[in-house]
Design a protein around this ligand. Structure first.
Ligand SMILES: Nc1ncnc2c1ncn2[C@@H]1O[C@H](COP(=O)(O)OP(=O)(O)O)[C@@H](O)[C@H]1O
Ligand SMILES: N[C@@H](CCOP(=O)(O)O)C(=O)O
Length: 312
C-alpha cells in the first residue's frame, strides 16, 4: 500500500489547471512504492505519474526534479518532470509537495537476464556521462560518515560475530582513500525495483531520491550487488559480467577503478546492510515501515571478502 495521502478528483481537477495538460480523465492510486504516494493521472493529453512527497519538503524537491529533467533531456531513460504555468516542477497538493512526470511504459522485474543486466550497466554509464554537465551539487546522505556513526549505535543490538564483521569492514574501508576515482552524479539506489523494463529495453530509471555526487564506481557496485544477486544471496557470474560489460561499453573503467573495485563492492554492501539494520532495530513508526532483510547484505559482504574473481 503506498497511497498515504488521498487526492480527490476535484482537488486534482483544480490542481491540473496549473498545467497545459488538458482535462482530467482518470486518477488511479499506485500500490507499489514505499516512501511516497503515487498516482497514474490520465488527462485528455496523455498519461502521467503524480508523486506526492511524503518526506521531502518543497524546498528539497527541485534538486531531484531538475536532475531528472537534465538526464531525460540528455537521452537517459527516466521520467521527465512536467513544468507548470509558473515554470515550476513542483507545488503543494493535498498538503504535500507534488509533481507530475511522464509515464513510462515498463515494469520492474525480479529475475533479470544477462541482456537486461547489460542494458542496465550501459544506461548507468550513460547516466554518469550525462551527469557531468548537471550544475547542482548534493552531498551523499548515506556515505561513509553516515554508516560510521549509524553502525556505532547498532553494534550493541547485533549478534557478536556480525558486529565484529561490520566493525572490521568499516575500519578497513576507513583506511583506504578513493580520491583518485572519477566522481559525478550517482543514482545511489539502482536496485531492480528502481528500474522499469520494457522487455530487454530500459523503460527508465526511477526513484532518484538518493541521487547525489559521489564516486561513480560506487554506483556500479550498488547496482551489481542487487542486479546480479540470486534469490539464494549468491552473485551470478554471468549477470555480473553482463552488467560490467554493458557499463564498460560506454565508459571503460580506469586502472584506479579496476584496483578499487573489490573494496567498492564491499562498501556498497555496507551501505545497505547498515540502512536495513537501522530499519530492523529501529523501525520508523507508522504504516510506511517495510523492513527488508538486513542479513542478505551481511552475507554478501562476507562473500565479497572471500571472493577471488571480480568479473573484470
Ligand atoms: N514515471 C513512471 N512511469 C510509470 N510508472 C511509474 C513511474 N514512476 C513510478 N511508477 C510506478 O510507481 C511505483 C512506485 O514508484 P517509486 O518511485 O518506487 O515510489 P516510492 O518513492 O514510494 O518508493 C513504481 O514501482 C512504478 O510501478
Ligand atoms: N533499495 C534499498 C532501500 C533504499 O531505501 P531506504 O530508505 O530503505 O534506505 C534496499 O533494498 O535496502
Amino acid at each position: 500500500m503506498s497511497v498515504y495521502t488521498s487526492v480527490s478528483q476535484d482537488e486534482m481537477r483544480a490542481w491540473l489547471q496549473r498545467y497545459a495538460l488538458g482535462e482530467l480523465v482518470e486518477l488511479k492510486g499506485i500500490a507499489a512504492g514505499v516512501t511516497n504516494t503515487n498516482y497514474f493521472v490520465t488527462t485528455t493529453h496523455g498519461r502521467y505519474v503524480l508523486t506526492l512527497f511524503e518526506v521531502l519538503t518543497l524546498a528539497e524537491v527541485p534538486y531531484f526534479l531538475k536532475l531528472k529533467s537534465h538526464l531525460s533531456r540528455h537521452g537517459v531513460a527516466c521520467p521527465a518532470p512536467i513544468a507548470d504555468h509558473t515554470d515550476s516542477f513542483a507545488s503543494m497538493l493535498a498538503g504535500k509537495p507534488a509533481c507530475l512526470v511522464s509515464c513510462l511504459n515498463g515494469k520492474d522485474i525480479s529475475h533479470p537476464n544477462a541482456t537486461q543486466c547489460f542494458a542496465v550497466g550501459e544506461m548507468l554509464a550513460q547516466m554518469h556521462l550525462a551527469g557531468n554537465t548537471f550544475p547542482m551539487r548534493m552531498a551523499n546522505p548515506r556515505g561513509p560518515a553516515w554508516w560510521n556513526h549509524t553502525a556505532a549505535e547498532l553494534y550493541q543490538h547485533m549478534p557478536a560475530d556480525e558486529a565484529t564483521l561490520l566493525r572490521d569492514e568499516i575500519a578497513h574501508q576507513s583506511s583506504h582513500r578513493f580520491d583518485d576515482l572519477p566522481q559525478g552524479v550517482i543514482h545511489a539506489d539502482l536496485f531492480k525495483d528502481n528500474v522499469l523494463m520494457d522487455g530487454d529495453r530500459i523503460a527508465g530509471f526511477i526513484d532518484f531520491y538518493y541521487a547525489c555526487n559521489d564516486i561513480l564506481l560506487y554506483d556500479v557496485a550498488i547496482a551489481l550487488n542487487d542486479w546480479a544477486r540470486l534469490d539464494d544471496g549468491s552473485i551470478d557470474d554471468t549477470l555480473a559480467s553482463a552488467l560490467l560489460s554493458g557499463y564498460q561499453s560506454v565508459r571503460p573503467l580506469t586502472a584506479a577503478e579496476v584496483k578499487a573495485w573489490p573494496l567498492m563492492l564491499r562498501a556498497a554492501a555496507i551501505r545497505f546492510w547498515t540502512s536495513r539494520l537501522l530499519d530492523y532495530y529501529h523501525p520508523a513508526s507508522g504504516e510506511m515501515t517495510f523492513t527488508k532483510d538486513p542479513g542478505v547484505f551481511g552475507r554478501l559482504l562476507q562473500a565479497h571478502r572471500q571472493r577471488q574473481h571480480f568479473w573484470l
